[in-house]
Design a binder for this molecule. Structure first.
Ligand code: SF4
Ligand code: SF4
Length: 217
């Protein structure tokens, strides 16, 4: 086949894919920001700092997340809890908590490292800023409100999808506890303010867990 033949062959492939993309089920485009595409369950979006249902903060200021972060973008400082009005159930709480989103690679290692499930990732992906300072999220932006609702960067924007922030990091839940695949879908998280923990898709590992438990006995 000569050069013209190769050209026609390529054109046919391009036309076929283009037709399928626009007119068939495989349509890839949505009218963002009027429409939001449903994101994968384990999508790694913007972080939040969670609270327990009684309103106390889950972060105990241990700095494990900062130590695990390969991009060195988390800065945490802990402080002793005031005995008469503790901020967290532990001895200490996260007094300062900053994440530099310009450095973050959204790997989720901070979430995996956290012993109290204080830091999780959401489905929010809109984080554009017009200066570098605004890309540093402080505890003010990260900590959820007492009812569990997160701070949204577009408070008054009718296009803001607040529902997105109700989904914590599905990856973390899917692998808990201990990262073992047999526990996929098992809800092993401690409750958080304002958040329900519905069962995840594909919870079929019950038999595997039974087998595993019998093997360990
Ligand atoms: S997602 Fe990864 S890079 Fe981003 S703050 Fe967490 S550990 Fe660091
Ligand atoms: S978010 Fe978790 S790992 Fe990080 S300081 Fe707080 S409790 Fe420790």
């Amino acid at each position: 086949m000569g050069m013209i033949g190769e050209f026609i062959k390529g054109l046919r492939v391009t036309s076929r894919i283009g037709y399928e993309t626009v007119f068939k089920d495989g349509q890839l485009t949505t009218e963002y920001p009027k429409e939001f595409r449903e994101k994968p369950q384990r999508f790694h979006g913007r972080h939040v700092l969670n609270r327990y249902p009684d309103g106390t903060e889950k972060c105990i200021g241990c700095e494990l997340c900062a130590g695990a972060c390969p991009a060195h973008c988390i800065y945490v400082r802990g402080k002793d809890n005031p005995p008469d009005a503790p901020v967290s159930p532990g001895e200490r709480f996260g007094f300062v908590y900053d994440i530099n989103m310009l450095r973050c690679i959204f790997c989720g290692l901070c979430v995996e490292a956290c012993p109290t499930e204080a830091i999780t990732m959401t489905h929010l992906f809109e984080m554009s800023v017009t200066n570098r300072d605004d890309a540093i999220y402080t505890k003010n932006e990260l900590l959820v409100n007492e009812d569990g609702t997160p701070n949204h960067m577009f408070d008054e924007d009718p296009l803001a999808d607040f529902e997105e922030l109700k989904d914590g990091d599905g990856w973390m839940r899917a692998t808990a506890p201990g990262g073992r695949a047999a526990y996929e879908g098992v809800i092993a998280w401690t409750p958080a303010a304002g958040k329900e923990r519905p069962a995840e898709k594909g919870q079929t590992a019950e038999q595997d867990r039974t087998d595993e438990a019998e093997g360990e006995a």
